[in-house]
Design a protein around this ligand. Structure first.
Ligand code: HEM
Length: 128
């Protein structure tokens, strides 16, 4: 039998759409995140859907359009402090709930995103 990816298990495209919409809805209202994000989230949401689709075992949509993800490098132009990392994860935690991603996938997804978010930090708090 074939192992199912997290992407398939949570409901594929519709689940990723719901998650990413709920996520940027929160990001767009978070005081710690507003300063580094654009006013229009259309493009970043589109790219995040592509990225998370492949990150959770779906089709490699991000790499097909943008090449190697190099996520840390793509984030270097933004000051990502521990406070902003916490804010990003708080938005994601709320979005996982709003999008009704069920256990055990919710925790599996969140645990992996914690590791990636840790890797994205590039600025100590005092430089904020
Ligand atoms: C893009 C912030 C973590 C995936 C961005 C952008 C910002 C940002 C400001 C660019 C918006 C623009 O285009 O102007 C942050 C902060 C994080 C974080 C504060 C806190 C740790 C993550 C994590 C992931 C991720 C953990 C993946 C799981 C992406 C993707 C893009 C993006 C896919 C679009 C990249 C592209 O332009 O191709 N992020 N990010 N980010 N972020 Fe993050």
């Amino acid at each position: 039998t074939e192992a199912q990816s997290i992407y398939e298990a949570i409901g594929g495209d519709d689940a990723i759409d719901a998650l990413v919409e709920a996520f940027y809805d929160r990001v767009s209202k978070h005081p710690d995140l507003i300063p580094i994000f654009p006013d229009d989230f259309t493009e970043v949401a589109r790219k995040q859907k592509q990225f998370l689709t492949q990150f959770f075992g779906g089709p490699p949509l991000y790499i097909m359009e943008h090449g190697h993800p190099m996520m840390r490098k793509r984030h270097l132009r933004f000051q990502i402090t521990p406070t902003r990392r916490n804010a990003w994860l708080a938005c994601m935690e709320g979005a996982l709930e709003e999008a009704k991603i069920e256990e055990p996938y919710r925790s599996a997804i969140f645990d992996r995103l914690i590791l990636t978010a840790n890797h994205m930090m590039n600025t100590p708090e005092e430089e904020k």
